[in-house]
Design a binder for this molecule. Sequence first.
Ligand code: GDP
Length: 295
Amino acid sequence: MFQNLSERLESAFKNLKGEARISELNIANTVKDIRRALIDADVNYKIAKEFTDKVKEKALGEKVLNAISPGQLMVKIVQDELAELMGGKEADFSITGNPAVILIAGLQGSGKTTFTGKLANYLKTKKGKSPLVVAADIYRPAAIDQLTVLAEQIGVDIYAERENTDAVAIVQNAIKEAKAKNKNVVIIDTAGRLAVDEVMMTEVANIKAAVNPTEILFVVDSMTGQDAVNTAKAFNDRLDFSGVVLTKLDGDTRGGAALSIQYTVNKPIKFVSSGEKMETLDVFYPERMAQRILG
Ligand code: GDP
C-alpha cells in the first residue's frame, strides 16, 4: 500500500539520517523532497505545500537542528502531521437507533455493494448486530442479484422489490420490515452512476430526507486519486455525508485520496476496504496509517 510514497519519503529522510549535525538547508531539502513525494502521490499542490510548511515550522521550532538524532525527530514530526492530515483520531461510527439506518452512496463501480456486504458482515460478527441490507438500485437488476449473493454468503437478510421503481418507497418499506423482524441496523445500497449526475444525487438526497439516516457513508475508489477528492466534494455538497469509505486499497494506489479527502471535505475516513472477500474491511485509524506509510 502506497509503496512508492513510502519509498520516496524514506529517501527524503536519508540526508538527515546518521547526521550528527544538520543545517537549515538539510531541512529545507528534506521538506522539498517530501513535498514532491506527496505531489507524485496525487496529493493536490496546495495541500502538499501547506503540509510541508507546517512540517518545516515544527522542525525548526522543535529544534531538529540540535537533536541527538535529527532524522528520527523529523520522521516523528512527519508521521504526526500525516496522521493529523488524515483526521488525527479514529472517528466515531454510530449504530444507535432502532433500527440504525446507514445510507451508502457513491459512483457506480466504487465498491458500494461490496462494502454494503462487508459492513453487514462486520456489524454482525464484530458488533453482535442483526443487519438488514437493502438493494435500492432501481436501475440495475444485476445490483440486486449481486447483493443477494453477498447477503447469502454472510448469512444476512436482504430486502429488495424488483418491480418497484420508487427508491424512497423501497427504503421506507425496508425500514418497516426491519422493525417487524427485529433487525437493528438497516444498510441501504443506493444506485450509482459512472459520473456525478443530477438524477442520482436527487434520488439519494430524497432517500436521505425520507429516512434521516444515522450515518451516510460515501464510498470512493482510492485508485482514482484526485478524481476521488473531486467526487467526494460533489457528494458532500449535496448530501453532507458523515464519513468516507476508501476502497481498493489492496490495489496499486498512490495515496492521494487517503491523504486529501479529510482536508478537502472535512469529513473523516471511517472504513477502508482492501479486497473482494467479505472480511477485508478495517476501521480507519489515521495514526496507524501514518505509521504504515512511514514503514
Ligand atoms: P458498486 O457499483 O459501487 O456497487 O461497486 P461493486 O461493489 O460492484 O464493486 C465494483 C468492483 O470492484 C467489483 O468487481 C468488486 O469486486 C470490486 N471491489 C470492490 N471493493 C474492492 C476492494 O476493496 N478491492 C478490490 N480489489 N476490489 C474491490
